[in-house]
Design a binder for this molecule. Structure first.
Ligand SMILES: Cc1cc2nc3c(=O)[nH]c(=O)nc-3n(C[C@H](O)[C@H](O)[C@H](O)COP(=O)(O)O)c2cc1C
Length: 340
């Protein structure tokens, strides 16, 4: 099905990128549920256009605004900043409003287009030609996207939490208890330096190790973690908010995933997340997770992929008002997305 084009601001270069697609335009205030929508966002030195923020407000306040929709994004900036932050914010608002996001649902154009230089060299194109080509390919993937379904999805809980105290882990296990009749659930603890952070090898060296299903450091990552991820259909990240970011152990894993994704796509797997914050800022952590795992690493974000809770003291998360209802809804979102 041909996507609709939803403009959030405009710029001459963005219009040139979109023109060959010949998509029908839709107003951001129009009904979007059930549609395929390519959001085209123009960003300048002040950030995104007011139309973008109006859409964010709509998606955040109407949890059915994008029910059953499938969305992707082109974000075009006239400088080097604000493109990624706009895309991450839209990704989080879209999933929580009921949308699917295919893996790698973003084509980003910084002012200089330097972010296309490697692909441009590979394709033998100019940076602008590469940007436009990527927009074309994204629109084709958006048209063709079908979410994978599994008889009994394999769900992997990834965490680095202290089992006796952690709110995030308690929430994750409460989700596991709710889905185990329909899914095979496994848990992987990335504790005590199981995963060193990425060393930043050059691309060729990384590829060389990856071809042997390992990485410079080898160890638990290639022996345990990569095989468990490869086996899984749903990656459920349990994310405590540490200084308004993902914890270092989880981030180390995501950084080291290069060794996996250069060999095989994550495009048939789902990413979901449970975020617990002691005080505030769960949305910031959730955006980071989606940015890393969906926008960059290429896993699919299903509708309502994030459970966000505020809880500090051990046990508080499962004592929070209406938490059982939210856990039920989150577990239903997982099985509705992944189960046949
Ligand atoms: C190193 C560290 C940094 C933290 N930073 C924040 C923070 O920036 N914001 C916040 O709301 N909570 C913060 N917290 C509190 C946790 O998010 C909180 O304990 C929550 O329940 C999730 O952690 P848990 O799963 O380990 O229980 C921090 C906790 C630790 C240990």
């Amino acid at each position: 099905m041909e996507p609709l084009l939803c403009r959030l601001g405009a710029s001459p270069r963005l219009e040139r990128a979109l023109a060959p697609l010949e998509l029908d335009a839709v107003d951001p205030a129009a009904p979007l549920a059930g549609r395929r929508v390519l959001f085209a966002v123009a960003v300048d030195g002040g950030g995104a256009d007011p139309a973008f923020f109006a859409l964010l407000r709509r998606l955040r306040t109407d949890p059915a605004a994008l029910a059953g929709a499938t969305v992707a994004m082109v974000v075009d900036g006239d400088g080097e900043l604000y493109t990624k932050s706009a895309a991450q914010a839209l990704a989080l608002a879209a999933t929580q409003a009921g949308a699917w996001l295919p893996g790698m649902p973003l084509v980003e154009a910084t002012g200089s287009l330097y972010n296309h230089h490697i692909q441009a060299a590979n394709w033998g194109m100019t940076w602008e030609e590469t940007y436009f080509r990527r927009v074309q390919l994204l629109a084709e993937r958006l048209s063709a996207f079908t979410p994978p379904k599994f008889q009994r999805p394999k769900v992997l809980l990834l965490h680095a939490s202290n089992p006796g105290r952690s709110n995030t882990l308690a929430l994750g296990r409460a989700v596991a208890a709710r889905i185990q009749d329909r899914c095979d659930v496994a848990e992987l603890a990335l504790l005590n330096g199981t995963v060193h952070d990425c060393r930043g090898c050059g691309y060729r060296q990384c590829l060389h190790f990856a071809q042997n299903a390992t990485c410079f450091y080898g160890g638990a990552l290639s022996e345990t973690v990569f095989p468990a991820i490869r086996e899984s259909d749903v990656l459920l990240f349990l994310c405590p908010n540490y200084n308004d970011a993902l914890g270092a152990n989880l981030m180390a894993l995501i950084n080291r995933l290069t060794g996996l994704v250069v060999r095989e796509s994550l495009g048939e797997k789902y990413v979901m997340g449970v975020v617990a914050s002691g005080y505030s800022g769960g949305d910031v952590v959730a955006r980071q997770l989606l940015g890393a795992m969906c926008l960059n690493r290429g896993a699919i974000t299903p509708p309502r992929a994030l459970l966000l809770e505020t809880a500090h003291d051990p046990g508080d998360a499962l004592r929070a008002p209406q938490v059982q209802t939210r856990l039920d809804a989150f577990a239903r979102a997982l099985t509705a997305a992944a189960c046949r």
